[in-house]
Design a protein around this ligand. Structure first.
Ligand code: HEM
Length: 148
């Protein structure tokens, strides 16, 4: 198993940690906002862990993207266009939303506004990541919704 296969498997498997942490952070923020709960140190750490996991996924993604020359894909071929453009752009937008959302939550004065900021930004990022993975399974039959 070469370094590319190791990084690709790591990227593929790390998706679960990113999605699970984002989902827990999103649900925590939603309950925090509607339940008028305090924004605890635990909430802050959870959001930071979700952020760090997404940044690690970005680094793994960038490594495999350039190691395998995915950027040379033929735009007229659906699956090549997906791996050249669509996956990277949708995932980078999602990771930017997670990063901005976490940074803005720090600047909010009240616990309620901090929770609101997190569930809006992380929620949108989750939607985009889900859409990107559903598009992946549709355009590339060799991929699975739950694969490794
Ligand atoms: C939260 C962000 C991300 C998630 C959840 C994610 C998820 C995935 C998944 C599920 C696969 C398919 C793996 C398989 O077939 O088993 C994949 C493959 C890939 N991802 Fe990502 N990805 C993310 C971010 C990125 C980023 C930012 C890049 C590029 C900069 C990237 C580049 C790639 C490439 C090139 C592949 C194809 C690898 C191959 O099959 O050889 N990913 N990603």
């Amino acid at each position: 198993m070469g370094i590319y296969e190791i990084l690709k498997s790591a990227h593929s498997g790390w998706r679960y940690l990113v999605i699970i942490l984002l989902l827990i952070a999103f649900i925590n923020a939603l309950m925090g906002y509607f339940g008028n709960k305090p924004y605890t140190e635990g909430s802050r750490k959870l959001n930071v862990f979700a952020l760090i996991s997404a940044h690690i996924q970005l680094l793994l993604g960038l490594a495999i993207y350039f190691m395998h020359d995915w950027y040379k894909g033929d735009m007229s071929v659906g699956v090549q266009r997906y791996w050249k453009m669509e996956h990277i752009s949708m995932m980078v937008i999602a990771i930017i939303l997670i990063t901005v959302g976490n940074a803005r939550s720090k600047k909010r004065d009240s616990a309620r506004l901090k929770h609101l900021t997190i569930f809006m930004y992380f929620g949108l990022a989750l939607l985009i990541i889900t859409a990107a993975i559903l598009a992946m399974v549709k355009v590339d039959p060799s991929r699975h919704l739950f694969g490794m």
